[in-house]
Write a protein that binds this ligand. Sequence first.
Ligand code: G3P
Ligand code: CA
Length: 229
Amino acid sequence: MSPEVVAHRGASTLRPEHTLAAYELALRQGADGLECDVRLTKDGHLVCVHDRRIDRTSGGVGEVSAMTLDELRRHDFGSWHGGEPAEVLTLDALLGLAADHGKRLFVETKHPVRFGGLVERRLAEELGRHRVDAVMMSFSVFAVHRFKKLKPEVPTVLLYDRLWPRTKPHFADYAGPGVHLLRRHPDRGQGVYTWTVDDPADIALCRERGVRFVATNNPEETRGRLADN
Ligand code: G3P
Ligand code: CA
């Protein structure tokens, strides 16, 4: 079976990452699922921003968690990538979009230690307000464990970057190795979530190994290459 194509930060090769435009393009390109990172604002909202600071992906500077949502909304998250001006995207808005289109949303929680589990609690609350097929992900075993206790019915992915242990904890439904780990372990990959898969050789590898979900910055191209393999 061909892997499901998950738009990593939206169709982020062609549009500014984590903007509505990036996710809308991913949907038009036929992505099966959407991926986002979430961080906490000073006033407790979850917003879709990858870095700790907004400097790389907006016209502003500063830490996401030192700003309120209203303060973040004053910055443009689109023009840096050559796109239209764009507001910071809230998780609430993205959950609404995924629900409207019947797509699975993979939510990666950032800052696992700093707020003592508040990010996972806020995510669990938000998921309670939307009828959406969601998956929670983190590099932190503590964050995944914490979330699973709050929402056992929501699938989880434990992400791996430097090492990929043979066994995963029972509270993680899927292993989430980076594609560099897949290359390093020739006998593994069946049923996993793999990121970030843009290179043609990696796309072929994922298909061969029986990977379940591939996160890609370019959903249209990746889907086309999967079909060709
Ligand atoms: O989909 C998982 C992947 O996004 C993890 O890495 O740094 O892009 O959040 P990062
Ligand atoms: Ca991510």
